[in-house]
Design a protein around this ligand. Structure first.
Ligand code: UDP
Length: 240
């Protein structure tokens, strides 16, 4: 049993997190490093589910902006997340972490279908569950998937691992050197100020279900574990 603050966490990895320095595709070295961090997390006894994005391969909105049907483009985005999930599972297996991929769109030869009770059972047995294919519905994001799955599996927190940014700021720190970082934020502030933590659907779902979100920089090794252990890093949305 874990003595840490959180017993069960959802780790949200954007597609970009799995890409190398070029910012697209899958870099196995990067994925391996994340898998090793997940292994450390598991070693503390914390139960882990991972939601992977797909933006390193395909984003529905970019496709629809170029004239594609939005729903078709979104389904392509969901399929992209499956590739990322398989890469993540492969890396987890390489470092001896038991894992299962569950997809919101059935593809039985590739992965298990998403079954909530089964996902919970896997985690209780110490397996890492990787949720793929988003919610299975177009017009949603994998941030919303993280919020939805976290609610369904009764996770204590969403660990929102970000690249190149260490929390939530009042304006873009890359453009404004005076941008102020928040240590804590209420959900409603995120919504009212239109802060780019996650999309509004995901934020409202977390707000309604009182699921805290920790936004932190995953470029610093060890930060995933620190966030899961409740160390004060990044920005916590929803505390208080
Ligand atoms: N997507 C979707 N429904 C979902 C989750 C994802 O249609 O429930 C599609 C959407 O087109 C999105 C793409 O999958 O652009 C990749 O997901 P996302 O952009 O959230 O990935 P990330 O930004 O985390 O890499």
């Amino acid at each position: 049993m874990s003595t840490s603050k959180y017993k069960r966490v959802v780790l949200k990895l954007s597609g970009e997190a799995l890409a190398g320095s070029q910012g697209y595709g899958i870099d196995p070295v990067v994925v391996d490093a994340i898998a090793r961090e997940i292994k450390e997390l598991r070693a503390t006894g914390i139960e882990v589910a991972v939601v992977v994005g797909g933006g390193n391969i395909w984003r529905g909105l970019s496709g629809s902006a170029k004239g594609m049907d939005r729903a078709t483009a979104d389904y392509m985005g969901m399929l992209a997340t499956v590739m990322n999930a398989l890469a993540m599972q492969d890396a987890l297996e390489h470092c001896d972490v038991d894992s299962r991929v569950q997809t919101a769109i059935e593809m039985r030869q590739v992965a298990e279908p998403y079954i909530r009770r089964k996902a919970i059972r896997h985690m209780e047995k110490g397996r890492v569950v990787v949720f793929a294919a988003g919610t299975g519905n177009p017009y949603f994001s994998t941030d919303t998937t993280a919020a939805l799955r976290a609610a369904e599996i009764e996770a204590d927190v969403i660990l929102m691992a970000k690249k190149n940014v260490d929390g939530v700021y009042d304006s873009d720190p890359r453009q404004n050197p005076n941008a102020k970082k928040f240590d804590e934020l209420a959900y409603i502030e995120v919504l009212q100020r239109g802060l780019g933590v996650m999309d509004s659907t995901a934020t409202s779902l977390c707000m309604d279900n009182k699921i805290p979100i920790i936004v932190f920089n995953m470029d610093v090794p060890g930060n995933i574990l620190k966030a899961a252990l409740g160390h004060e890093i990044g920005t916590v949305v929803g505390r208080g």
